[in-house]
Design a protein around this ligand. Sequence first.
Ligand SMILES: *Cc1c(COP(=O)(O)O)cnc(C)c1O
Length: 394
Amino acid sequence: MENIIYLDNAATTRISPAVREVMEPYLDGFYGNASSLYSLGRESAKALHKARADIAEALNCDPREIYFTSGGSESNNWAVKGAAALMKNMKTQGKNHIISSQFEHHAVLHVLLALEKFGYEVTYLPVYEDGVVRVEDLQSAIRPDTGLCTIMQVNNEIGTIQPVAEIGALCRERGILFHSDAVQALGNIPLDLSALNADLVSLSGHKIHAPKGVGALYINKKIRLAPFIEGGAQESGKRAGTENVAGIVGFAKAVQEAVSGAEAKRAALLPLCEKLYKEIMKIERVHLNGDMEQRAINNLNFSFEGIEGESLLLMLDMAGICCSSGSACTSGSLDPSHVLLALGLPHEIAHGSLRISMSKYTTEAEVDKLLEALPGIVNKLRQMSPLWERITKG
Ligand SMILES: *Cc1c(COP(=O)(O)O)cnc(C)c1O
């Protein structure tokens, strides 16, 4: 699959050579269980200890605040369910109201829907046409019984950046727990866990060139979250199960690379982002989804009038180009993306969307190949589209 042009890095990424290299010994010789007392097990325990310390150093927090999980979805589930349980008891007793946004990842939104069935009340803040939550809206949504706010840092479908540090500061001032899904922020925009004013932050490995199935939840040391998986004493007794040592070692390397390489990545991708924008906007009746300025520049999402996103993806695939119509979790269903609907796009335009997401491995030649193929494909699909005929004939 070497000649594939991969522009779907918000869905997942390839493993970096350095990540693979540090994992290798733990897939092979050092297979001991980290809870065992003999030296083979102690090697694994040492590796876990170092991985936690390395991540804490790269993201500016205490190693005791990093809990390894199976990825972003688990971290989001643990954070939101755990915080919802916490706000019912302790100091915050009796609090029943949660604030979130309309375009969170499904691993947050579906948990909130389940909590609503249990009697919690949830306010979903609007994100407007630019795809950005307003702090003033949060301020007016806060009630005396608000116990939790969960807002993502960078949206995975359209790449817009949310004012999370301000949101966190406001929540802290009002005694509200604050969780942020930072899966798409890591490696794309600066991430400093101590400056974020957050109690809980979700991270995932496979979006930053580590393997799938590993991630972390940052839990501020002032917060006492209940265990998510009961069983053994792993992860300070809060997340039982024999640790994915190789995956965690790879994840730590990927976090270090993401942080140290963030500036170089930005410098390399900025001209590619600008080129994509400039060239694609030349196509007739195309819209950029989300604000161009408040954006993680690895991610651009466009809507083409008169086109089905699925057909567009299939034609691009035939040209050897991998893109997405939005969230991997939504494809396979015919419902338009909840993110694009939250921006206020009509259904028929939300259907014709294309997400282009780059990584540090993306080259200008790859971007050029997409730009060569795209206008012809759009044109061909429009020629076959009764919807397009209706649009152009007014
Ligand atoms: C991918 C993603 C997740 C889910 O992470 P997994 O590790 O795949 O479970 C959660 N939130 C955002 C914003 C994502 O992009």
